[in-house]
Design a protein around this ligand. Structure first.
Ligand code: CTP
Ligand code: CA
Length: 224
């Protein structure tokens, strides 16, 4: 029993993870998206499952597949679908990690038919999507809530603001200062900032190892 606990320290814990981009429809054949591969969120999900957690992974469009068949993979397309799926599971989970690159804006109107190239220029009006992470922070009870932050300037200050605005326990700041880090790369340079604003910069490393570092934070939260 003692041995199982050390090998599977998250046994009995339910974890919700978001991953990948979202696609926001313009018309039946076009969308607004981004370059997120989904790899960071998928790696977190695999690591969490290895540690014994019950994992639900809500992912936007990606070519990735789960390796560990115990992971409950829910595929979604738009920010609204990801929002709905997250709120369906959130009440029942212990930990939530939002690693998805959710679109901040979506077309205000989706054309019913394919838009024809009739005019010399085209303007598409955009409106904000719902902030999924912030909405979870508003209804949070005992859940340990982890967000990501992608910043290109004043990264520490902006990440601290996100912790407060979204009611987070921990933020994973994706530091783009290093050229090995970020979208489409196999490695990430992160800085942990917790809700007490304790800052822990990590070395550049593979996304698998970043996922392990993040899950170690979750384990130590439950050891306290
Ligand atoms: N996020 C989310 N829903 C959104 C936008 C963001 O859940 N509609 C989550 C991301 O998954 C990430 C965190 O919020 O965990 C921060 O995302 P980021 O893009 O860095 O920040 P934003 O709050 O969107 O602000 P901005 O892009 O203006 O910096
Ligand atoms: Ca954003």
């Amino acid at each position: 029993e003692k041995d199982l606990e050390s090998k599977l320290p998250l046994r009995g814990k339910k974890i919700l993870i978001t991953a990948g981009p979202t696609y926001e429809a313009i018309d039946p054949v076009r969308f607004i998206g981004n370059h997120s591969s989904g790899k960071m969120g998928f790696d977190i999900a695999e690591r969490a499952a290895e540690l014994g957690a019950e994992v639900t992974l809500i992912s936007g469009p990606t070519h990735l597949n789960v390796k560990n068949s115990v992971i409950n993979l829910v595929r979604v397309t738009s920010a609204q679908e990801m929002y709905d799926a997250c709120h369906k599971y959130f009440n029942e989970v212990d930990v939530t990690i939002c690693a998805a690159a959710v679109a901040d804006y979506k077309p205000k109107f989706v054309a019913e038919q394919k838009i024809k190239k009739a005019e010399a220029s085209l303007t598409i009006e955009l409106e904000k999507t719902q902030d999924i992470l912030a909405s979870l922070g508003r209804v949070k009870q005992n859940q340990f809530l982890i967000g990501f932050a992608l910043e290109t300037e004043n990264e520490i200050e902006n990440a601290k603001l996100k912790i407060q605005k979204k009611n987070l326990d921990l933020i994973v700041l994706n530091s783009l200062q290093d050229e090995g880090a970020g979208f489409g790369k196999a490695t990430n340079k992160i800085i942990f900032i917790d809700k007490d604003f304790d800052i822990e910069p990590m070395d550049l490393k593979s996304k698998e190892l970043v996922a392990a570092d993040i899950m170690n934070k979750v384990i130590s939260h439950y050891e306290k």
